[in-house]
Ligand binder design. Structure first.
Ligand code: UGA
Length: 447
């Protein structure tokens, strides 16, 4: 089988690289030259563990074919995956321009035998509109939905080892093709993981066969539920701060209950990235289009948006003001393990402190470059954690990269002017930090 991925962003590129490494002939279609040109040279436009190793295998074995041409790729493909971006509109509703542009353009080159699989996150009901589009066009391609659950920083691992493969749509040929492609990868997953330098993990490997609309809503609901868990943990963190409880102890205790689970109950500076903020507002808008009120998600969103300001305010209270204080923000990517800075809480905190009159320096091991355009002009970008922390009154760990957990705290103490460490991602060993003579604080751990 030959496949095409339309859009080689965080999702499409990871998939294309894994499929090609499994020996599947894979066209990687990307229209943005800033992404396509590095790919042709074996480079990903973002940092992700194991990805470039797989790209290099695919380019060497000739199975990965980067191109900007629909015409050269689609007519030769049995399956076309749509993995284009879905940015949000200023009002928070999902912008589906790329989704429809990709479907329209692909329709010119597909035949009724082509299987078109939607992998991007789209509002429930989008598939029906694209089916109408294909039917109105000569292509009459088979439309399937197979949403994706990979998370950045573990995306290669998540493509290889997964809990569920959701297949939306009843077409037998479409279903069989998706199953066969995944079987091809699954049969070689340990070898591919080895090339990528990733440890094999055990997952459920469930297959979930549903309607297209259910598949679309499974994805939107799964992301929104995870976001809801985080916002719930953050609201309890505020209560822990006010009452003197410790949020890590609380969520450890809560999460032991298997009905609840500990995952995604890490309180901190709130969720960022290209998915949760957009998917939560997307779900709210899509529900409202159907006349359904999702105020539960509006509350989750509002709570999340309050976190950077809440943290700036906590630091203000501890330092007795922000004006004139030197503060280092460590961690600018939206989570550790990626260079992606979309909706990054670290950047939001740094900008808020700068606005409040602090002298702000920042550092991230992989995201300094990508963060630059989003940081206010007065913010200094350091080349190491210690450089950023030089003479600082406070250090905020906004994204807990391993190198920040493993900081030489006694050296940090000598470098800093003050003694406050604010662990905004709740990742440090509180006792160890305190033992070094620091004042430790964190969302939900200020007691
Ligand atoms: C998320 C989902 O986890 C994936 O399953 C999904 O496929 C993906 O969105 C997508 O729709 O493409 P991602 O955004 O890459 O993946 O990363 P997550 O690990 O989910 O983290 C999202 C944000 O939540 C990060 O800012 C992270 O720091 C934050 N987070 C996560 C918390 O604040 N607390 C937690 O307990 C967990």
């Amino acid at each position: 089988m030959t496949v095409t991925f339309l859009g080689c962003g965080y999702l499409g590129l990871t998939y294309a690289a894994v499929f090609a490494a499994a020996g599947i002939k894979t066209y990687a279609v990307e229209l943005n030259p800033d992404r396509l040109n590095p790919l042709k040279q074996g480079k990903a436009f973002f940092f992700e563990e194991g990805l470039e190793e797989l790209i290099s295998v695919g380019l060497k074995n000739g199975k990965l074919i980067p191109t900007d041409s629909y015409k050269d790729s689609i007519p030769n493909s049995d399956v076309v995956f749509s993995s284009v971006g879905t940015p949000d509109n200023p009002d928070g509703s999902p912008n589906l321009d790329y989704i429809y542009a990709a479907a329209n353009e692909a329709a010119k080159y597909m035949s009724p035998k082509t299987i078109f699989v939607q992998k991007s996150t789209v509002p429930v009901g989008t598939g029906s509109k694209i089916i109408t589009l294909f039917d109105d066009n000569d292509s009459k391609a088979i439309y399937m939905s197979s949403p994706e659950f990979l998370a950045e920083s573990t995306s290669v691992r998540d493509v290889l080892y997964y809990d569920r493969l959701v297949i939306g749509g009843t077409d037998k040929k479409g279903t069989d093709a998706i199953l066969k492609l995944h079987e091809t990868v699954d049969n070689q997953r340990d070898q591919i993981a080895k090339i990528a330098g990733i440890k094999p993990v055990k997952r459920l490997d469930e297959r979930v066969f549903v309607s297209i609309k259910s598949a679309e809503l499974i994805k939107a609901a799964a992301n929104s539920f995870l976001a809801l868990k985080i916002s719930f943990a953050n609201s309890i963190a505020k209560l822990a701060d006010a009452s003197g409880a410790d949020i890590v102890e609380v969520m450890d205790g809560v999460g032991i209950d298997q009905r609840i689970g500990r995952a995604f109950l890490n309180a901190g500076r709130g969720y960022g990235g290209g998915c949760f903020p957009k998917d939560v507002s997307g779900l709210i808008h899509s529900a409202s289009d159907y006349g359904v009120d999702l105020s539960i998600m509006e509350a989750a969103q509002e709570l999340n948006e309050s976190m950077p300001g809440y943290i700036a305010n906590r630091i203000k209270q501890i330092l007795g003001g922000l004006k004139g204080k030197k503060i280092a923000v460590l961690g600018l990517s939206f989570k550790a393990g990626t260079s992606d800075v979309r909706q990054s809480p670290g950047i939001k905190i740094a900008n808020l402190l700068d606005i409040a009159g602090s002298s702000v320096s920042v550092y991230d091991p992989h995201a300094n470059g990508e963060a630059k355009k989003d940081l206010r002009s007065g913010i200094k970008i350091g080349q190491s954690a210690l450089e950023a922390a030089d003479d600082a009154n406070a250090v905020i760990i906004a994204t807990a990269w391993p190198e920040f957990r493993d900081l030489d705290f006694s050296q940090l103490k000598q470098t800093m002017l003050g003694t406050l460490i604010y662990d905004a991602d709740n990742a440090l060993d509180k006792d160890q930090v305190k033992k070094e003579g620091f004042v430790f604080s964190a969302p939900g751990r200020s007691a």
